[in-house]
Structure formats: structure tokens, C-alpha cells
Write a protein that binds this ligand. Structure first.
Ligand code: SF4
Length: 456
């Protein structure tokens, strides 16, 4: 009889069913890659609890991935299965950074990228000889398997994610990508990426790279080659991606991105205050300069491409006027959509080590307190405001830029700027959805969570 593998991405019950989650979330590539590497005598099911509720089902092995904020939920799920005698394995960035913590709650921990050890781990599981730790290597990205996106629920708006590269050479203070994937930038051969896109049976997808445009001329040329390849193969799919701020500096890149179906890009502007960017070591943004942010957005718009800006609030360079200055930038720049997160010190980052050394961490009852490290709660003492002022400030930014009237006005601007109806529709629903989600989460954190007892 076939063995059963259950792969789980734990979720946040406060966000389940929020429309913006479905609009914004894409299938996590890591589980789809592991499913593709699993031998055919295993039956596989993937559950993403951010998209659908999870109910207990029998399995021979449960594989769980988690970031930091959902690690406590991962441990809960693992405990439920282990109580029934079912083995569990956990991987992903949190388990890799906190291996000694994770092993207390699961049978096995995979440290680093799991692909290189996955088949060995399954073999050990079949023989009931699971090791406590497996150390995955950073694999070369040639000849990767095609990820099993088909195993994901069809409730995502972006039904598939395609990864073209891993790693980031930049190493911003708050980010753990460099620690996990390395300072080098490993790239898949363009033709293999194109084959994967061609095989997708959906019209829209997300490039799940942390930054599809790494650093330097070669990375730009590769991106152009990729986009041009999509046009030459007649793929006719819409896509979105995270890109660096310098994406807008190369007109040829923009032209091919537009032609190949780019709908919207996610740019980490991070802050409208240069002192804050300096503290983050956000060198690329400093090079472009805050004074040129509007020009970056305009160039994207001139090519019919929408811009989602990501902003982080609460850094040491931020004073109480940061909220108003951010609101003014959002409304003035005509950026299509934006998200505002609270600076969060994740384990494995320079930021975490610094704030811990400075005695500024507020939530240190680990692992339970990791659930607060979700970018929406202040888990440290900010330098120029109280934690409550920071949370309230972020909430107010959302209220100011996502009300129905403001979202309509912003969507109208998106239409005028880009002449793209699909983008206008996405921008409106995202702005409204993000506003609703944050309100829902704010109420949950303030009034529900303190009285909550979880369970599968
Ligand atoms: S935030 Fe972006 S640019 Fe900075 S280290 Fe992370 S992936 Fe690299």
C-alpha cells in the first residue's frame, strides 16, 4: 500500500478567509519542490493553512515548513500528529535558524535547503530510522525538478509560483535571505525556467525569487533574456514579482517586462527616510535616493506596470512623524498598492542580534512568543516612540490610504497612469483587502488572542 505524505504550511487563524490573503499569497515553492522529489510510491497531499482550514488526516509522515511567526503553530500541528504516533519533520527558515528549539517538537529537523537530503530522509523514514538532523546543501540550480504546483488548492489567485534564482548578495540588516540562501546569487538556466512557465496550466503566476533582478549588469541581461524568451515563445501569461528598486533604471528591461506580461512588481522601498535606510544598510535604495522614488514609480507606470511598495516602520531612524510622511508619499506618488509592516527582528538576522544585545526585545518567551513576530506587532522597544504608538501608527496609515473613497481614487490614478484595467482591478481589491485584513488582525490581537486556546 502506498505511504502517505502530508506537507503543511501552517497558517494564521486570524487571517484565514481574508480575501487579501488569497489575492496576495502564492503557493510556497518549497513544498512543491519536495513533492516533486518524492518517489511515486508515496501519496502526497499539500495543505496550506493560510488558504484553507486544516483537519486531521492520517499520514505516515508529516513535513512542515515554517517561517518564524507560524513556528508555534507548526509545533502544535507536529505535537498533534506525534501523539498519534505519526512522525514529523520540519524545515524552512525558522527551523534552520532555531534547530535546537525545533527538535523539541518534531522528530527531525532539516537545516538549510531540503532538496539534497529529501529522498534520503524518506528512505530513513520507511526504515523507521529517521535522524534528528539533516543538513541540506545549497544545490546548483541546473536541472531542477518541476515543482508540483498541481497539488495546491485552487483558491490562490496566483495559482503557481516559479523560482528563477536563490540567494542575495546584499544582506540588509532585517532580512534573513542571505543567511539562509547565501550571499551568492544562484540562477537557473533561462531555458529551463521558460520550459516550466510554458508547462503551467494557468494564465497568471508569481516569480517567487526574493529579487528577480539581483545585482549588476549580468543579472539585468539575464532578466531581459528571460522576458524576451517569454515573448518569443508566445507564452501570453500575466506575472508579478519582487524586484529591486533599480528595475526601473533600465528602459530595455522595462520594455521586455511589459511585453512579457508583467502586471505588477513588488518593490521594497522600505522607508521614505534616508536615515532609516542607512540604518538598514539598504544600499540600493540609498543609491537611487528617496527623492527619486516617485520617478521609479512613474517609469514603471509609463510601461503599463503597477507598483506595490513595501514599507517598514519603527526603525531607529523613524520618529513619530514617519506615519504622516509615509501617508503623504503614498498619496502623492500615485503608487498603486502598498503594505506597511512593523520592523521585526527575525532570528538569524543582524537586527535580531543587535536588538537582543541592546536589551530591547519585548517578546522573549520562546517559542510561544514567535507568533507575535508577524510584522504586525511591535516586539521590541522602538527608539523614538512606544510599542503601542508604533502599532497604532501603522494601523492609522492603513486607515488613511485604504478607505473605500481613497482606494477608489487611487485605483482611478492607476488606470490613468498605466491604462491597464486588470491592474486597476487588482490595485483596488488589494488596497481594500489589505485595509480589511489589518483591521481584522488589529482587533484579533487586541481583543481575541489574549483569551485564545488553540487546537487542530
Ligand atoms: S531585503 Fe532584499 S535586497 Fe535586502 S537582503 Fe533581503 S532579499 Fe536582499
Amino acid at each position: 500500500m502506498a505511504k502517505k505524505l502530508l506537507l503543511v504550511n501552517p497558517g494564521d487563524e486570524a487571517k484565514l478567509n481574508a480575501i487579501s490573503v488569497r489575492l496576495f499569497t502564492f503557493p510556497p515553492p518549497s513544498l512543491a519542490y519536495l513533492a516533486a522529489l518524492t518517489p511515486s510510491d508515496w501519496d502526497i497531499k499539500i495543505v496550506d493553512e493560510n488558504i484553507e482550514p486544516m483537519t486531521f488526516e492520517d499520514a505516515d509522515l508529516v513535513g512542515i515548513t515554517a517561517m518564524t511567526w507560524n513556528a508555534p503553530r507548526a509545533y502544535e500541528i507536529s505535537e498533534q500528529y506525534r501523539q498519534k504516533g505519526i512522525k514529523t519533520v520540519m524545515g524552512g527558515i525558522h527551523a534552520s535558524m532555531m534547530r535546537d528549539e525545533a527538535i523539541q517538537f518534531v522528530d527531525s529537523v532539516v537545516i538549510g535547503e531540503a532538496e539534497s537530503v529529501w529522498q534520503c530522509l524518506l528512505h530513513d523514514c520507511e526504515r523507521n530510522e529517521l535522524e534528528r538532523f539533516y543538513r541540506g546543501e545549497r544545490i546548483p540550480l541546473e536541472n531542477l525538478v518541476i515543482p508540483r504546483n498541481d497539488l495546491y488548492s485552487d483558491r490562490y489567485r496566483l495559482k503557481a509560483s516559479v523560482q528563477t534564482a536563490r540567494g542575495c548578495p546584499i544582506g540588509c540588516e532585517f532580512c534573513s535571505v542571505t543567511t539562509f540562501h547565501g550571499r551568492t546569487y544562484r540562477q537557473r538556466p533561462v531555458e529551463e525556467v521558460l520550459d516550466e512557465i510554458e508547462a503551467l496550466n494557468c494564465g497568471e503566476f508569481f516569480f517567487s525569487d526574493d529579487n528577480i533582478l539581483s545585482y549588476g549588469k549580468k543579472a539585468e541581461e539575464r532578466a531581459i533574456q528571460l522576458f524576451r524568451g517569454m515573448v518569443e515563445r508566445g507564452l501570453k501569461k500575466r506575472w508579478a514579482s519582487q524586484v529591486g528598486i533599480d528595475f526601473a533604471s533600465n528602459p530595455e528591461l522595462l520594455r521586455w517586462a511589459q511585453k512579457s506580461g508583467c502586471l505588477i512588481v513588488h518593490i521594497g522601498f522600505e522607508s521614505v527616510i534616508e536615515e532609516t535606510l542607512e540604518g538598514m544598510h539598504k544600499v540600493r535604495n540609498l543609491k537611487v535616493g528617496v527623492r527619486n522614488y516617485k520617478e521609479v514609480i512613474k517609469r514603471m507606470h509609463d510601461h503599463g506596470i503597477g507598483v506595490h511598495g513595501a514599507f517598514i516602520l519603527g526603525s531607529d531612524g523613524d520618529r513619530k512623524d514617519v506615519f504622516q510622511r509615509t501617508i503623504e508619499f503614498i498619496l502623492d506618488s500615485k503608487i498603486d498598492t502598498a503594505s506597511f509592516t512593523i520592523l521585526t527582528p527575525l532570528p538569524g538576522t543582524i537586527l535580531y542580534d543587535r536588538l537582543r544585545a541592546e536589551g530591547r526585545l519585548l517578546r522573549t518567551n520562546y517559542p510561544d512568543d514567535w507568533r507575535h513576530y508577524d510584522f504586525e506587532e511591535a516586539v521590541f522597544n522602538p527608539r523614538h516612540m512606544t510599542p503601542d504608538e508604533l502599532e497604532e501608527g501603522v494601523y492609522q496609515v492603513y486607515q488613511s490610504v485604504t478607505s473605500r473613497a481613497t482606494s477608489l481614487r487611487r485605483a482611478f490614478n492607476s488606470l490613468i497612469q498605466t491604462r491597464s484595467l486588470p491592474l486597476t482591478a487588482v490595485a483596488y481589491s488589494l488596497n481594500r483587502g489589505l485595509g480589511a485584513l489589518v483591521t481584522q488582525k488589529y482587533q484579533y490581537v487586541k481583543h481575541v488572542l489574549p483569551h485564545k486556546v488553540g487546537g487542530l
